[in-house]
Design a protein around this ligand. Structure first.
Ligand SMILES: *[C@@H]1O[C@H](CO)[C@@H](O)[C@H](O)[C@H]1NC(C)=O
Ligand SMILES: *[C@@H]1O[C@H](CO)[C@@H](O)[C@H](O)[C@H]1NC(C)=O
Ligand SMILES: *[C@@H]1O[C@H](CO)[C@@H](O)[C@H](O)[C@H]1NC(C)=O
Ligand SMILES: *[C@@H]1O[C@H](CO)[C@@H](O)[C@H](O)[C@H]1NC(C)=O
Ligand SMILES: *[C@@H]1O[C@H](CO)[C@@H](O)[C@H](O)[C@H]1NC(C)=O
Ligand SMILES: *[C@@H]1O[C@H](CO)[C@@H](O)[C@H](O)[C@H]1NC(C)=O
Ligand SMILES: *[C@@H]1O[C@H](CO)[C@@H](O)[C@H](O)[C@H]1NC(C)=O
Ligand SMILES: *[C@@H]1O[C@H](CO)[C@@H](O)[C@H](O)[C@H]1NC(C)=O
Length: 897
């Protein structure tokens, strides 16, 4: 008895607290479930065969998804073939003796890193100390780095040109095949070629690209790469595939595993994060991109980066804005002289080889909103022109739509910032769009204003040559990328750990897609951190994950805050940058190692004022350190009165914690160890009701000229007092409302199918729209009977958290929920697999506070929907009554046939 949208997890944005439920606008889907697909972890002593045999004996036909038989994980994932009674089937599998845990398969997307076509010469990323190591001949030789991604174009000459033993990409596999989209069958094959995406090829080049005509190499060009392909040519990857890929890479002997993949979470208990944590605990460092959701503000850690002991990598912008441009030419008036110009193709890109004059609707090259309004009636038919439009103010689609309304087929944007980027505006009638630089656009506009005709000669982008430009990035170069996701986790673990260059990075790209590209994202920062671990580990002769993380953290350089426009005179908060910009050379040669990578002082309720850490000195000579405290900006999570975290840039203040040291000078003897005790006093003057996250660094200046720093973080206020559920935006909607509008009818009746046989596309299901303002480790959705219920024995009596309840709707409780919207459709089934009797109900949503006691009703926020009535229609399905009893029989009396 599947519901049409059994449980989709949707992030709702623009949730305004108001008296009437406001209609929530769906922004993005948070790790959606695959209908009928499950991951099962088996008991240690159980085999996959015996599990599948038991399933067969129980009459449950499944299609196997992933074989998850690994040393660190014993399980399987599968797709139920008969989903007639899916919810019940999953419930009975959960109860099987062989089964330890069961999770739905959830989907993760290829990260939306910005693709910026790219340039020719070596791009100056902040070197992060890699150049110094390379100058000493440290190249990562022999280190095995596994990359979990879209595969690798290993035929690329800069990526070795082959796959297998002796090649740069020497191990790995394709776990999924081209047609895989996360919901369908994975068809593995041994060949992890990057057929169609490019992301994994870019990531591989950041680690290990060989010297090439574009003049760069990866950070660790002598490593051996493993390529584990987990994405097909479209769609997403299931977390079963991600767990399989990690474990396969571990068993294939990877020294380091890196994945530039993630989804919103904030909880280290997520199954994929737990699987990665187990691998780290076996001695293999795992780097995972921190996420590209910086816009969401504080407390938006991404999984699996938010796993305990997983190294989450944030992104710093490049100091140069490289761009690889297509070579086009243009001529002015009747001149035979052709001059070249650079441009990037957008989407659509059916340019072909064309020569057409330019048309500009506006000769003001500082106009912020060019083409945001419809073109005037006096505009000629634009089908014979390439329409020139300045970037800015409204969307690309808006501008292109206005041009298309006057017949335009081709649009060339000119930029309003450095470089040129790939833009998408799929608008009817438009065949090609592209972008040129701000200077080039201004030059043409001037010519047009002077009455000249400017004719562009475009060569089809599939055939045109490339050339490179690079402009200094004076605005954000060297600072944290605005897109990088902020921690901490909801349980106040420090996230991210480290930052690395990830904004505007030139690397390899599949030959079929041009060979080289500039991309931006924490996806680009993460492989660099993995490569740095390879370099540092090969110098030090260990890859021990704690040692690596503690070293990288202690030697990193904390950075000032930049909001994308201005730089401030305070350090960026630890929840944005972790320990700061990675410093490979210092990490490789630091004699002194700290025992921790950060200190978490929790919140006011659980504040621990005293903590210890140890410095160990591997050198012969003693070093004396002078200790000091350097505060970083404190960030307010909320504006006064709001229960939703502020979006970036949230308010930052320079109120700093103060630190007392057991001793301001500590000497660590050669070969010795010294423990430092610090006593923390949170900053004065913070408004605890707005949940400020304060942070900073313990700075250690050594007598040998070395300097180390240790990030710390705490919260003023009470995590557990924070509202997690928005009652004003938790309400009844229906599967018929695509906008998730609240039901306005008084006690509406839903005619639910008595069995799947009678479900039709027209069946309308009741749905609870649940708005989580903050993360919750446990969200219940209880079925609360209202009205005269004498006829339902089962409906009487039982109270859960103080409310009369038949239990959760099937699929709940939902554990470790990120903040955002959840749509819970209900087909009448309860969490134990039985059907609720026909009758009138409210759905009561309870969300557990952070650090709350799940047994104490005071620790939940609660909201209930308006009452509604369910009735069952269609044939009685006798098979359902067998052995289920509870709750069903009585309700059937009300069924209509
Ligand atoms: C497997 O382990 C479980 C839990 O420890 C135990 O109850 C069960 O009897 C064991 N089964 C076999 C086949 O050893
Ligand atoms: C599918 O499952 C339902 C409910 O358990 C059962 O009635 C039906 O016979 C099954 N169909 C097949 C083809 O096995
Ligand atoms: C359940 O019913 C829906 C709607 O009629 C149908 O699309 C689906 O295939 C059915 N599922 C099964 C397993 O029969
Ligand atoms: C662009 O193409 C034109 C015509 O083919 C050629 O003369 C010019 O040198 C090219 N420019 C660059 C920068 O490659
Ligand atoms: C477009 O021009 C390129 C380069 O001159 C040429 O190779 C290609 O064949 C042309 N395409 C068409 C369709 O004429
Ligand atoms: C903060 O305290 C809570 C409650 O004791 C605990 O569950 C949590 O793990 C602590 N967080 C950290 C980072 O120590
Ligand atoms: C810190 O170290 C001191 C001295 O070794 C010890 O007495 C104390 O208990 C430690 N404190 C904590 C919080 O671990
Ligand atoms: C540590 O060194 C930094 C950089 O040289 C300097 O700014 C700072 O004042 C020093 N701190 C102490 C306590 O000496």
């Amino acid at each position: 008895m599947p519901s049409l949208r059994s449980l989709s997890l949707l992030a709702l944005s623009a949730l305004l607290s108001s008296i009437t439920p406001s209609v929530a606008k769906i922004k993005s889907e948070v790790a959606p479930k695959v209908p009928g697909a499950y991951i099962v972890e088996l008991q240690d002593n159980q085999s996959q065969d015996s599990f599948y045999n038991s399933l067969g004996a129980a009459g449950q036909a499944v299609k196997r998804r992933q074989n998850l038989k690994f040393s660190l994980f014993n399980g399987v994932s599968f797709q139920l073939l008969n989903t007639t009674d899916e919810d019940n089937a999953a419930k009975s599998i959960e109860d099987m003796v062989e089964v330890r845990q069961i999770w739905p398969v959830r989907l993760f997307s290829v990260p939306k890193d910005e693709v910026v076509w790219t340039g020719n010469d070596r791009t100056e990323v902040p070197s992060a100390g890699v150049d110094q190591l390379r100058a000493r001949g440290v190249t990562g030789e022999g280190v095995r780095i596994a990359v979990i991604d879209t595969g690798t174009d290993y035929l690329h000459p800069a990526l070795g040109g082959c796959f297998g033993e002796g090649c740069l990409v020497s191990f790995g596999t394709d776990l999924v095949g081209d047609a895989y989209d996360g919901t369908n069958e994975a068809v593995p094959d041994p060949d992890p070629y990057d057929d169609c995406e490019g992301h994994g090829t870019h990531v591989a080049g950041i680690i290990a690209a060989q010297m090439n005509p574009f003049g760069f190499t990866g950070a660790a060009p002598d490593v051996t790469l493993g390529s584990y392909r987990v994405f097909g040519c479209g769609g997403s990857a299931g977390n079963d595939v991600l767990i399989a890929a990690y474990n396969q890479a571990y068993e294939d002997g990877a020294d380091i595993i890196t994945a530039s993949i993630g989804g919103p979470s904030g909880w280290s208990e997520d199954p994929w994060a737990v699987a990665v944590q187990r691998i780290v605990e076996q001695g293999v460092p795992c780097t995972v991109s921190a996420g590209n959701a910086g816009a969401e503000g504080l407390f938006y850690a991404s999984t699996a980066a938010n796993g305990k002991r997983v190294t989450a990598v944030a992104s710093v912008d490049n100091t140069e804005s490289p761009a690889v441009l297509l070579n086009g030419t243009y001529s002015v008036d009747d001149s035979m002289t052709e001059m070249s110009f650079g441009w990037t193709e957008g989407s659509p890109s059916d340019w072909g080889n064309i020569s057409l004059p330019l048309y500009a609707g506006n000769y003001d090259t500082s106009e912020p909103a060019d083409a945001c309004e419809p073109y005037p009636d006096s505009t000629p038919d634009l089908s014979g022109y390439i329409v020139l439009i300045r970037r800015g103010s409204c969307t690309f689609v808006q501008k292109v739509t206005n041009a298309a309304e006057k017949g335009a087929r081709y649009v060339m944007f000119y930029n309003n910032v450095a470089g040129a980027s790939a833009v998408t505006a799929n608008v009817d009638g438009i065949e090609g769009i592209g972008m040129t630089t701000a200077d080039q656009g201004a030059e043409w506009v001037q010519l047009l204003a002077d009455g000249s005709t400017v004719t562009l000669n475009i060569i089809d982008p599939d055939f045109a040559d490339n050339f490179a430009i690079s402009e200094p990035n004076t605005l954000t170069g060297g600072f944290l990328s605005t897109f990088t996701s902020w921690g901490p986790t909801y349980e106040l673990d420090v996230k991210p750990q480290i930052s690395a260059p990830g904004g505007m990075i030139l690397s390899t790209y599949p030959l079929a897609l041009g060979g080289y590209a500039v991309l931006s994202g924490t996806s680009m920062a993460c492989p660099l951190a993995a490569a740095v671990i390879a370099l540092v580990g090969s110098v030090r002769g260990t890859f021990d994950p704690s040692t690596m993380e503690n070293l990288l953290s202690a030697t990193a350089n904390p950075n000032l805050f930049n909001d994308g426009g201005s730089t401030y005179d305070y350090l960026a908060p630890v929840p944005q940058q972790g320990s700061g910009l990675i410093q490979a050379f210092d990490a490789a040669y630091s004699n002194v190692v700290l025992s921790v990578s950060s200190l978490a002082f929790n919140d006011t309720d659980y504040f621990e004022d005293t903590m210890n850490f140890t410095l160990s000195n591997a050198a012969d000579d003693s070093v004396t350190y002078t200790l000091s405290n350097v505060g970083a900006a404190a960030g307010y999570t909320f504006s006064g009165g709001s229960i939703y975290p502020d979006l970036f840039p949230n308010e930052l203040v320079d109120n700093y914690a103060s630190v007392d040291f057991s001793s301001k000078e500590v000497t660590v003897a050669g070969g010795g160890e010294t423990t430092v005790t610090i006593m923390m006093t949170p900053p004065d003057g913070l408004d605890a009701s707005r949940l400020p996250v304060w942070s900073g660094y313990i700075a250690m200046n050594g007598s040998d000229g070395s300097s180390l720093s240790l990030p710390y973080q705490g919260v003023t206020g009470s995590m557990t007092s924070q509202t997690v559920l928005d009652p004003d935006n938790t309400y009844l909607t229906t599967s018929a409302s695509s906008n998730y509008d609240p039901v306005t009818e008084d006690n509406p009746t839903f005619l639910l199918p008595a069995s799947n046989a009678t479900a039709t596309d027209a069946t309308v299901y009741p749905e609870a729209a649940i708005s989580l303002a903050f993360g919750s480790a446990l969200v219940r959705c209880d079925v609360h009977p209202v009205g005269p219920y004498g006829q339902h024995k089962a409906a009487k009596g039982k109270k859960i958290l103080g409310v009369k309840s038949l239990g959760n709707i099937y699929g709940f409780p939902y554990r470790y929920a990120p903040r955002g919207g959840v749509i819970a459709a209900w087909d009448g089934m309860l969490e134990d697999g039985t059907m609720a009797p026909a009758g009138t109900y409210q759905l009561v949503v309870s969300a557990l506070h952070i650090f709350g006691d799940s047994g104490d009703k005071k620790d939940y926020d609660r909201a209930e929907t308006v009452p509604f009535t369910i009735e069952y229609v269609g044939q009685e399905d006798d098979s359902k009554d067998n052995g289920k009893g509870n709750g069903k029989g009585n309700g059937k009396g009300n069924s209509k046939v």
